[in-house]
Design a protein around this ligand. Structure first.
Ligand code: ADP
Ligand code: MG
Length: 554
């Protein structure tokens, strides 16, 4: 909250200008009607013509000033808001970016809702929560002071009116905790996102109807809560209007009485009545303040839940990654899991070594690779790259010298070329073409790629990812089951290319195939998160342990 206020305050010049414009606009609206009332009354008394002329001129002046200041108010206050929202979005995005592991714990619909709805909701923080009370206060104060000149009684009635609309009614209506439709909306977004993501599988498993039904139930409950929310808004608005009207009536009666007993000049009566009716225009937005306050508070909480998570990026920049990598008793447990995903891992990898990690599915191989990529922070143990703790190394610097080819690689909509270029922006077309050839992918650079590589087969995706790997200049390759979707001949060809190209690099490769492992300097065999055997293929076969039995079953 404080941070938000600070963000808004960075643009204080415009904030003050918006407040000024808003107050001028509120006051000129009041003045416009006051002047009209005065003009009507004066005209009835047939004053000299110049009086009418002057009054009409003022009327025009107030009319123009009101429109101009209203425009200025809208323009400046929205500019402040958009400026603030853009800072907020950027800030949120910056904090979100390095937290891949945190994001994994959120459903994508939920995240999407936070990024769009919640950030957007915060634009109301200035426009509809902070700003209206200030304007209302200033306009009312000025108007009450003005009426004080004519009659303290009428000023008093106006004071009661403002206290009722701005304090008593909101307090009475919103005193008890009230429900907003935020939770329902979030649930609906989450389910709708899953529905669309999983549409095909739901269809194939005959679950579409059931899913639709859940969505429809959620929608009904959202609509009903939302309706209640709107009812409350309307009730608050109605009360506001009712009080404005009652105040107007009271002013008419009291004003008329004061005129009859000679305490108020009759010519000012119409003016004062119109003033009292108009001044409540500034109070209209007040009826919504508690609702928006609640919405924005909730949105702040939702966003802070993510952004307040501590980001653990390092400060050291690596010159290169031609360094040894040491793990001592490293363990990691996923936040939502009940057991360790990897346990007591000890590894020594020298620069330039080729290392294979094998083991059954679920044994923790991919998790281990993610620790190399600093996607998670280990719970126990030591992890050194050269002489530096990996925690102290800046992620961007780590990635600068590392290339990865993971089980799921993302491709952006565009062309083969655009998808290759982002591995190496400087690569010439010839180089890109060479990489494609090395990856045995017979595609043209200008061939289109759909979002998420939707028009590529599994094997094509792997070859494109491999071409991308070849293009990036780096010292360390981290590869997770690279060629699972390929036929044996292509796989062998690509594996040979991989080993040739990785000649001077450190290679850490997860594989479940036990072919070609004689080419690795060390094989780590994993089982249930632990390394159960390690050594060269020759050593492991000689040992006649787990690797030996897996090897003979292949
Ligand atoms: P492998 O790559 O060897 O097949 P993983 O490293 O992917 O295995 O998974 C190791 C274990 O961690 C598995 O038991 C898996 O269920 C669990 N796991 C993987 N990802 C997550 C996650 N995001 N949250 C919780 N548990 C996970
Ligand atoms: Mg895996």
């Amino acid at each position: 909250m404080q941070q938000l206020l600070q963000m808004i305050w960075t643009d204080k010049k415009n904030v003050l200008l918006a407040l000024l414009a808003g107050t001028v606009s509120g006051l000129t609206a009041v003045a416009l009607f006051a002047q009209s009332g005065l003009l009507i009354s004066k005209a009835a008394l047939m004053p000299p013509f110049y009086v009418i002329l002057i009054l009409t001129a003022f009327l025009k002046l107030f009319g123009v000033t009101k429109s101009a200041s209203k425009y200025a108010e809208r323009y400046i206050s929205h500019r402040v808001t958009f400026q603030f929202i853009s800072i907020l979005r950027l800030d949120f995005f910056k904090k979100l970016l390095p937290q891949a592991h945190v994001l994994n714990n959120y459903k994508s619909g939920d995240l999407l809702a936070r990024i769009t709805n919640d950030v957007e909701m915060l634009q109301n923080f200035f426009l509809r929560v902070l700003y209206p009370p200030f304007i209302a206060l200033l306009v009312f104060l000025a108007t009450i002071l003005f009426t004080l000149f004519f009659s303290p009684w009428i000023a008093f009635i106006l004071l009661i009116g403002i206290v009722l609309t701005s304090i008593v009614i909101p307090y009475a209506l919103f005193r008890r905790p009230f429900q907003t439709a935020t939770a329902e909306k979030k649930q609906l977004t989450v389910n709708a996102t899953e529905y669309f993501y999983g549409y095909r599988d739901l269809l194939l498993h005959n679950q579409l109807q059931a899913s639709k039904k859940t969505l429809s139930t959620l929608h009904t409950s959202y609509s009903s809560t939302r309706r209640k929310e709107l009812d409350r808004e309307q009730t608050s608005y109605l009360w506001n209007q009712l009080i404005a009207l009652l105040t107007g009536f009271s002013v008419v009666f009291v004003g008329a009485y004061l005129t009859t007993i000679g305490q108020l000049e009759g010519v000012y009566l119409a003016m004062i009545v119109l003033v009292s009716l108009t001044v409540f225009e500034s109070a209209v937005p007040l009826s919504m303040v508690p609702i928006f306050a609640k919405h924005t508070k909730k949105a702040i909480e939702q966003l802070e839940e993510i952004t307040s998570k501590k980001i653990t990026d390092g400060t050291i920049d690596l010159i290169d990654l031609k360094q040894s990598i040491q793990l001592r008793n490293v363990s990691y447990q996923y936040p939502s899991a009940t057991r360790l995903a990897i346990e007591n891992i000890t590894m020594d990898i020298r620069a330039g070594e080729k290392v294979a990690i094998i083991g059954p599915s679920g044994s923790g191989k991919s998790t281990l690779l993610q620790l190399f990529m600093k996607e998670f922070k280990r719970n126990h143990g030591e992890f050194f790259i050269g002489d530096d703790d990996i925690d102290r190394i800046r992620i961007s610097s780590l990635y600068e010298h590392m290339s990865t080819m993971l089980q799921h690689n993302h491709f952006f909509s565009g062309t083969i070329k655009s998808n290759l270029l982002f591995a190496n922006l400087k690569a010439a077309d010839v180089t890109l073409q060479q990489a494609l050839t090395k990856a045995c992918l017979t595609k043209n650079l200008e061939d289109p790629i759909f979002e998420k590589g939707g028009n590529l087969s599994g094997g094509e995706k792997q070859r494109l990812a491999f071409a991308r790997l070849l293009l990036k200049e780096s010292d360390l390759w981290i590869i997770d089951e690279p060629f699972t979707s390929l036929d044996i001949q292509t796989e062998q060809a690509l594996f040979n290319t991989l080993m040739n190209e990785a000649h001077k690099k450190t290679l850490i490769m997860v594989t479940h195939k036990l072919t070609n492992l004689d080419q690795f300097d060390c094989i780590f065999v994993m089982q249930q998160g632990q390394i159960v055997e390690s050594g060269t293929e020759e050593q492991l076969l000689a040992k006649q342990g787990l690797y030996y039995s897996m090897y003979h079953k292949k």
